[in-house]
Design a protein around this ligand. Structure first.
Ligand SMILES: [Zn+2]
Ligand SMILES: [Zn+2]
Length: 351
């Protein structure tokens, strides 16, 4: 079968590799779609960052070269020994994070902090291929009313759901989301489903237009107006209860801390490519709490599927294009890297 294999910095190769066989408890999945994510671009341009490069991952025993791709929707093609669920022909999405199940974090249910965490496409072969094998119990079967294309965004949706869960946002909370990209727009919808009032902040007009379409109560463009003042005006001068930074720019943590209300929460769900500076006294004096959010757990994947099935999370507006596996490097990556990027997600289909 064909697979897009990561060999190192700027070295991705479309190769013919052996068909994977499902081991006990595993299923073989035929890929329908696999999304390209900003993390894939970062690994390509600046990596290896998250991909296991030096020593094998303790859970999977694997290191690169590895098949890349972690945003997978697939059809069950074959069952390994002992598997009764899912069934052959079921369409599934994955909890793409394997964990040791024995460490303190795993036992506390904080699986995204397992020190041995192995993510699909980073520590085990991923979905930019014809097929993949995966533990049956870490699949989530899609209901009939969720199309495979809609489900292709379940992975970033799970990241967004996890962030919203960590923010503990509830009905009546006022939340600003900085960065209306894929994760930001999915978080916005998860917040609206919780009954929160949501303000989207971004400098890209197409992102703000989509945020408004997807239910934002207000949109703020820091290039056109003072974002901090505007967020204050929207909240009787006190600022949002929660500010989520899904942008990860050099200046966004400062904007988040500067605009959240006294005693509020700043939640960081972006990966910062530079080291932002700000005055920590602004946290102390205003008793602002700050927390990070990484990846997701099984319950976040299940919640993302539930929100999409219930029509509370729309993902199709975020699908900008569908390309073939042999077009990823020449067409997919340059469009994702372009400084005037006019897309959200590009899906890849091997067929
Ligand atoms: Zn991703
Ligand atoms: Zn663990």
């Amino acid at each position: 079968m064909k697979a897009l294999v990561y060999h190192g910095n700027k070295d991705l190769r479309l190769e013919t590799v052996p068909e994977p066989k499902p081991g006990p408890g595993q299923v073989k999945l035929d890929i329908e779609y696999c999304g390209i994510c900003a993390t894939d671009i970062e690994e390509y341009l600046y990596g290896p960052v998250f991909i296991s490069s030096d020593s094998p991952n303790p859970v999977t025993g694997r290191k690169m070269p590895l098949t890349t791709g972690h945003e997978v929707v697939a059809t069950v093609a074959e069952l390994g020994h002992g598997v009764t669920d899912p069934k052959v022909g079921d369409r599934v999405v994955l909890n793409g994070v394997l964990t040791c199940r024995t460490c303190r974090w795993c036992r506390l249910g904080e699986t995204s902090q397992c020190p041995s965490m192995a993510a699909i496409g980073f520590a085990i072969d991923g979905g930019l291929a014809d097929s993949v094998v995966w533990p049956a119990e870490q699949t989530v079967v899609l209901p009939a009313n969720v199309s495979s294309k809609e489900a292709a965004l379940v992975e970033p949706a799970s990241v967004a759901v996890h962030a919203v869960r960590r923010s503990a946002a509830s009905a009546g909370d006022r939340v600003a989301v900085i960065g209306a990209g894929t994760v930001g727009l999915l978080a916005l919808q998860a917040l609206k489903a919780q009954g929160a009032e949501v303000f989207a902040v971004d400098t890209r007009q197409m992102s703000l237009d989509l945020a408004a379409e997807l239910g934002a109560d207000a949109v703020v463009n820091p290039d056109a107006q003072d974002a901090r003042d505007t967020l204050a005006e929207l909240t009787e001068g006190i600022g949002p209860d929660i500010v989520i930074d899904a942008a990860g720019a050099a200046t966004t943590p400062e904007l988040a801390v500067g605009s959240v209300r006294r005693g509020g929460l700043v939640l960081l769900v972006a990966i910062y490519t530079s080291t932002p500076r700000f005055d920590f006294n602004s946290l102390v004096a205003a008793e602002v709490r700050m927390a990070g959010s990484l990846a997701y757990g099984q319950e976040d994947v299940e919640e993302a599927v539930r929100l999409i099935a219930a029509g509370q999370m729309k993902t199709l507006p975020l699908v900008s294009d569908v390309i073939r596996l042999d077009q990823v490097i020449e067409i997919g990556f340059p469009r994702m890297i372009s400084p005037d990027k006019d897309i959200f997600r590009i899906l890849v289909t091997p067929r």
